[in-house]
Design a protein around this ligand. Structure first.
Ligand code: 13P
Length: 287
């Protein structure tokens, strides 16, 4: 059942669990996520980056695939289709294509511009019943081998952006996309506590979910995090299982080259990661 992310995240925040945003890349990803959340009776958010949308043939095709699979697989749990780290233009395109939720990531703009653009996206999205995520303080990550630790959000900026009426709010709290370096000091819970104080109960978002230990995830949820984004971990699991299949020579046995067989270990490995995350975040049986 395709819905906006608003109600599912308010429920999560009120009841003290997290909803997973799992980023999707193709048919196998969508099926792995939808089948697992239906089995575990959990809500979910399908994250779609602009690059992934382009890879899948554009926003319309993403919505066509997800809508058809939601129906064919008889999915009854709440599923939001969410633009991840959207540009200003991308947010409007995704809304037009039928996305049920969008992130406008204006964290790299000067603050006044982030605020102005966030307000414009909120006005249009809300008129269409679409939920909006905003971001203050960029999330770090690896780019060309250089790992940025990200910015820590400015608390006053968080307060002002939360007042725009956004439905979910991401603040940089020392989290990073991709693998965490060995010397990562951990999440800045002091910052998260302050962000929660000034954002008036808006469900908070934790990006860079791959590799954050369970105890830190649980503490973050207890401080107001209601959505945790996971992307890299599924990619790693899919690649490792596919590598193992090929290194074992299974693609050379009988019809092992058939993509329905070749991609199956990766598909199953992704389902396992999704199930682990739903358990860890506490959203099992919360549909
Ligand atoms: P990871 O790739 O580190 O799991 O981060 C995902 C994310 O935050 C997407 O916005």
């Amino acid at each position: 059942m395709l819905v906006s992310a608003k109600d599912m995240l308010q429920k999560a925040r009120a009841e003290g669990y997290g909803v997973a945003q799992i980023n999707i890349n193709n048919l196998e990803w969508i099926k792995a996520v939808l089948s697992t959340v239906q089995e575990l009776n959990s809500p979910v958010i399908l994250g779609v980056s602009e690059g992934a949308a382009k890879y899948m043939g554009g926003y319309e095709n993403v919505m066509a695939m997800v809508t058809a699979l939601d129906k064919a697989m008889k999915i009854t749990v709440p599923v939001a289709v969410h633009l991840d780290h959207g540009t200003y233009e991308g947010a409007f395109k995704a809304i037009r294509a039928g996305f049920t939720s969008v992130m406008f990531d204006g964290s790299h703009y000067p603050f006044e511009e982030n605020l102005k653009k966030t307000k414009e996206v909120v006005a249009v999205a809300h008129a269409c019943g679409v939920s909006v995520e905003a971001e203050v303080g960029s999330i770090g990550g690896e780019e060309d081998g250089v790992i940025g630790l990200g910015e820590v959000a400015d608390i006053e900026e968080c307060r002002i952006i939360a007042e725009t009426g956004v439905d979910l709010f991401a603040a940089g709290i020392g989290n990073i996309h991709g693998k965490y370096p060995a010397n990562w000091p951990g999440l800045r819970f002091d910052v998260l506590e302050n962000v929660a104080k000034v954002t008036n109960g808006v469900p908070l978002v934790l990006h860079g979910g791959t590799g954050i230990p369970a105890d830190q995830i649980k503490k973050a949820i207890s401080l107001g995090i209601a959505k945790i984004n996971v992307n890299t971990e599924l990619q790693l699991a899919f690649a490792a299982a596919t590598r193992e299949y090929i290194l074992a020579g299974k693609d050379l046995e009988s019809k092992g080259f058939d993509p329905r067989k070749l991609l199956d270990p990766g598909y199953k490995a992704m389902k396992k990661v999704v199930a682990e995350k739903l358990e860890m975040f506490g959203s099992v049986n919360k549909a």
